[in-house]
Design a protein around this ligand. Structure first.
Ligand code: G1P
Length: 300
């Protein structure tokens, strides 16, 4: 097996304006919207930690203070719960502050995902790192990130997570041209297009929000001009790396993910995710599932 530096750090961009959820996101970051009883971003930090990455950098912006508060201690609340012997709730409150070593950097100008990732350079240095986008939640029973890190360790370069979608959905995502490697779930990415215009996509395999990047991406991002939507796109930087030699940090691989992914990036998908999570929770399923069945019967 090749000897490549392993991944220890996770970068989670969380500086978006959340305009698709207004007015809920006027004063609350969209990353703090609850999925049942945990803010969406906590699931993402938990996923990084389960893949062995407990050094987490959150890229935030203005009005994101509640995210920092969430991963910090809450003394008054903890004391109040301890005084009332509410041990289970106390454990839940402490959990998010003990989960990982979380640091923050502000993006300043919202110039796109590529720009957000470039803000991590000082913290990450010359090491490979993972990027997790908060709009996508991956089921803990399908350890995608662990597999991506394994592939990075074996092959070097960068790794993206790919999922096959219906042709009409492709233009909402970054899309990959791929060739087989001989390993069932691993492909070589030969080209990438950010949000291709309908009819021009190279495949139906789209990037879901999980990446393992070689640190060479920072230099490439510096030289990547604004792309789709006038923003600096991570997809465009990875496209350059897909065409760069492995000796210079290039090479991009894709993991063909066939597991469970939940989208929280828009209202409808967020609602679907809430219902699915609630119906699968052992403490809620017994009540919510029969209620939901009955409720559906009352609909015209
Ligand atoms: C971003 C990426 C896109 C990727 C998507 C996954 O787009 O730019 O390549 O497919 O995340 O969720 P966004 O959803 O931020 O527009």
């Amino acid at each position: 097996m090749a000897d490549h530096a392993t991944v220890k750090k996770a970068v989670i961009p969380a500086a978006g304006l959340g305009t698709r959820f207004l007015p809920a996101t006027k004063a609350t970051p969209k990353e703090m919207l609850p999925v049942v009883d945990k803010p969406a971003i906590q699931y993402v930090v938990e996923e990084a930690v389960s893949a062995g990455l407990d050094d987490v950098l959150l890229i935030t912006g203005r009005s994101k203070r509640s995210i920092e508060d969430h991963f910090d201690r809450a003394y008054e609340l903890e004391e109040a719960l301890a005084a009332k012997d509410e041990t289970e709730r106390l454990a839940q409150v402490r959990e998010s502050s003990e989960l990982a070593h979380v640091e923050y950097v502000r993006q300043g100008d919202p110039k796109g995902l590529g720009h957000a990732v470039s803000c991590a350079e000082y913290h990450v240095g010359n090491e490979p790192f993972a990027v997790l986008l908060g709009d996508d939640l991956i089921d803990p029973r399908d350890p995608l990130l662990t597999r991506m890190i394994e592939v990075r360790n074996a092959r070097g370069g960068s790794v993206v997570a790919l999922m096959e979608v219906d042709p009409e959905q492709v233009s909402q995502y970054g899309c990959a041209a791929i060739t087989p490697t001989g390993e069932d779930d691993v492909v070589t990415v030969t080209d990438l297009v950010e949000k291709p215009v309908p009819g021009s996509a190279p495949s139906r395999w789209i990037i879901i929000g999980r990446y393992v990047c070689d640190p060479a991406v920072f230099e490439v991002l510096r030289n990547t001009p604004p792309g789709r939507g006038g923003e600096i796109q991570l997809t465009d930087a990875l496209k350059t790396l897909a065409k760069t030699s492995p000796a210079d940090g290039g090479g991009v691989y894709g993991i063909l993910f066939r597991g469970r992914r939940y989208d929280t990036g828009n209202k409808l998908d967020y609602l679907r995710t809430l219902v699915q999570f609630a119906c699968e929770r052992s403490d809620l399923a017994q009540e919510i599932v029969p209620w939901l069945r009955k409720y559906l019967d009352t609909l015209p």
